[in-house]
Design a protein. Structure first.
Length: 292
């Protein structure tokens, strides 16, 4: 009898938890559904009938997509190219620098390395809004190579800024995984004549592959979806990786239908990318959680 009561209570608990999770899923999915629906509506009906299906005189079809991609005098393909370049360069720089730093932090037992690790972890809780105004001014005045070279307000140099903001999470995940690698493997490589760089690229990097894939996926999604940093830092007269922000007509009017269409185009790649690679994220996080 008690066993039946326990089973019924457990079933009610699971049913309640499933209902709560279903409601949370609906809340998260609803904005995406609204974007999909409104991307096929005429501008007039986006505000008045936000959640209505685009039928009859509401239907704009693919005109919103064409209008959004051809709006203004800046090529849409050029904006996409800049976004891809920034995302790939930033992710590659973060993976290379943070994996090296994490390997050094995990293997060198010194007060400096411990302090550096805790500073990197602490940077994860610092909001971007605290430094964005100072950062935007600094990017326009600081050069990549000291007194010469390009400023940091170009698509080819902004990855340096992304490195600073993305290093915290990456180092946190890499350090946890490196600590799980037996030190004897690296000692054997040193006995065979490998120097630090060769040990890193020939021994450490292959074993870091699961965590590298996970960190790379997370960083790609973060950089691709980021709006505020490129908007504040990049020279708007030369580089426009965020095409959506320029869909304004006279007197500040915005074509909401075209805007929704471009938002849909921008989120489709990252959604497909995440659904394809989500299993690697779980593997990498689990691998880095062996030792902390």
């Amino acid at each position: 009898m008690n066993t039946q009561k326990t089973l019924s209570a457990e079933a009610r608990r699971k049913a309640t938890l499933s209902a709560v999770l279903a409601v949370i899923c609906v809340i998260y999915v609803l904005p995406v559904v609204a974007v999909v629906i409104n991307s096929f509506k005429l501008n007039t009906f986006v505000k008045t009938d936000t959640f209505a299906l685009p039928t009859g005189n509401m239907w704009a079809g693919f005109e919103n997509f064409i209008k959004g991609m051809t709006f203004g005098n800046y090529p849409f393909a050029k904006s996409v190219l800049y976004s891809v370049v920034i995302t790939l360069l930033s992710t590659a720089l973060i993976l290379l620098c943070t994996s090296m730093a994490a390997w050094y932090i995990a293997r060198v037992n010194s007060l400096f390395c411990k302090a550096l690790y805790f500073l990197c972890v602490f940077s994860m809780v610092v909001p971007f809004q605290m430094v964005m105004f100072t950062l935007s001014k600094t990017a326009n005045s600081v050069r990549l190579l000291g007194f010469w070279g390009p400023h940091l307000n170009t698509p080819w140099t902004i990855p340096v800024i992304y490195l600073g903001f993305g290093a915290g999470l990456a180092i946190f995940m890499f350090v946890g995984f490196v600590k799980s690698i037996p030190l004897e493997i690296e000692e054997a490589a040193a006995i065979d004549g490998c120097g630090p760089l060769r040990t890193y690229f020939s021994v450490v990097v292959p074993m870091l592959k699961p965590t590298m894939v996970s960190v790379g996926i997370l960083e790609i999604m973060w950089v691709w979806n980021d709006f505020l940093l490129p908007y504040l830092v990049l020279d708007k007269n030369l580089y426009r990786p965020i095409h959506i922000q320029y869909l304004k007509g006279s007197y500040g009017t915005v074509d909401l239908g075209a805007t929704m269409a471009l938002i849909l185009l921008s989120i489709i790649p990252v959604i497909v990318f995440y659904l394809t690679c989500q299993k690697h994220i779980i593997k990498g996080v689990a691998a880095g959680a062996v030792k902390g």
